[in-house]
Design a protein around this ligand. Structure first.
Ligand SMILES: [Zn+2]
Length: 439
């Protein structure tokens, strides 16, 4: 199976990677690559965002048929491999490797379904503020709002993070100090360095290494806090034996997202102006809407691809149809149905490996961390040792048993309901600020 995959699923995945990285979009008379054109979705100029979206959608026409062969072949290989290994479905195989029960996934998904209105309301408020009548068009999903101008040096970032983490856990504070002082972090962008950010644990050395592309913005500080959360997770599992050092996908983002909550809440409550507060709340809502509505649409899409693949080969148009259908179900009237994104199946590399359902773990991680943070807000310092014990357990217990350390039953909807409902307050505050600042 492993040998066959080199010329099978891996090769089909490479084809998608090759085509999406070499295709060029025609943008305002210029030829630009796909990742640059997709980055323009964050541009402050509305005309740039719209033109970029149109150029992006148009460029997929050149590669859609070949990429459709990729996804059809990879998903069929996954279906067959799951069957040969004795699983009823790819999802069952996925849950098995995630050490997670079906009841947990069902509870999470059904809670998400019950709370879409909170996130659709945010989208509609944003749409109205930006001058749209029928919900937000896709090209304005990532439009920046409000404003944060402050820039930070690495030294200032360090002081900022230490000041906040000191109030949470001394060991986290000390670890962050070591990370800065002992050069665990590769901060700045440079030629030949990859983009984004990640953290790698060096178990044997009881240390971690972090890569970021620090540019001094507040969101770079949040990224640092996120990666340092992974390092903190590593710190809490370092006493396990080497074979017990891995945690599964759904719990992988617990400590990192928890840290983001710590930093964002501190920043929002000490925002210097309404513009800054709006920018912070909006970016938090933008992110969470991605892990609730968008992740749900990806989960629905992947589920229908698996369901259909055995009977039919899905051409590009059929895949677009399934994607639009999933987006309508997940975003509802929050988005303008005449300006969705039918090609999300093509540009998201997550669909192009044998690791299936590279989606629901994001919703799981975000809502799990949010629920843990709510417990911390309630219980204060007394919660910290429990939280650390929970992280310790992520590599030796199922996700349900690890959560039980903090008395949380993940198979019941109420835990997820509480996490999701907590965003209602943020949307209320967002609306208040929008009404004040966007007239
Ligand atoms: Zn992460």
């Amino acid at each position: 199976m492993a040998l066959y995959s080199i010329s099978g699923s891996r090769a089909w995945g490479d084809l998608q990677g090759y085509l999406t990285s070499s295709v060029s979009a025609d943008y305002r008379g210029e030829k630009i690559n796909l990742s640059s054109i997709r980055n323009l979705a964050y541009d402050p100029d509305p005309a740039v965002r719209k033109d970029a979206y149109e150029a992006e959608l148009a460029c997929y026409d050149k590669i859609k048929d070949s990429v459709a062969f990729s996804i059809n072949s990879i998903k069929l290989e996954v279906i067959n491999a799951a069957r040969l290994r004795g699983f009823a479905s790819p999802l069952e195989q996925n849950l098995f490797s995630a050490h997670m029960k079906r009841e947990t996934l069902d509870a999470l998904l059904s809670s998400m379904n019950d709370h879409f209105d909170i996130f659709r309301r945010y989208l509609k408020i944003k749409a109205k503020a930006l001058g749209h009548k029928n919900g937000l068009p896709w090209y304005d999903l990532f439009a920046p709002m409000g404003g944060i101008d402050q820039k930070y040096t690495v030294e200032e970032a360090k002081t900022y993070l230490l000041g906040i983490f000191k109030t949470f856990d001394k060991d986290l504070h000390d670890m962050v100090e070591r990370a800065f002082d002992e050069a665990w972090i590769d901060f700045y962008p440079r030629d030949g360095k990859r983009g984004g950010a990640f953290c790698a644990g060096l178990g044997a050395h009881r240390q971690s290494r972090i890569l970021t592309n620090f540019d001094g913005s507040f969101s770079d500080i949040v990224t640092l806090a996120h990666e340092l959360g992974h390092a903190y997770h590593n710190l809490n599992i370092q006493d396990h034996r080497p074979l017990n050092n891995n945690y599964s996908m759904p719990v992988a983002e617990t400590a990192s997202t928890f840290n983001e909550n710590v930093i964002m809440n501190a920043a929002i409550s000490s925002a210097a102006s309404d513009e800054e507060k709006l920018a912070l709340i909006e970016s938090q809502l933008m992110d969470v809407t991605q892990i609730i509505c968008d992740i749900y649409s990806r989960y629905l899409f992947e589920t229908s691809v698996f369901e259909n693949r055995e009977q039919e080969f899905m051409q590009a148009d059929r895949l677009c149809e399934l994607m639009l259908d999933a987006q309508k179900k997940a975003y509802g009237d929050g988005l303008d149905h005449d300006a969705l994104h039918p090609y999300m199946w093509l540009c998201k590399s997550h669909y192009y490996s044998t690791r299936s359902f590279y989606n629901y773990p994001y919703a799981f991680g975000g809502m799990f961390a949010r629920g843990l943070y709510a417990k911390y807000a309630e219980e204060g310092d007394a919660f910290v040792p429990t939280y650390r014990k929970l992280l310790y357990n992520t590599t030796i217990a199922s996700v349900e048993d690890a959560a039980m350390v903090a008395g949380i039953d993940l198979t019941k909807k109420d835990f997820w309901d509480k996490s999701l409902e907590s965003y209602k307050e943020n949307v209320d505050e967002f609306e208040r600020l929008v009404n004040k600042l966007y007239k």
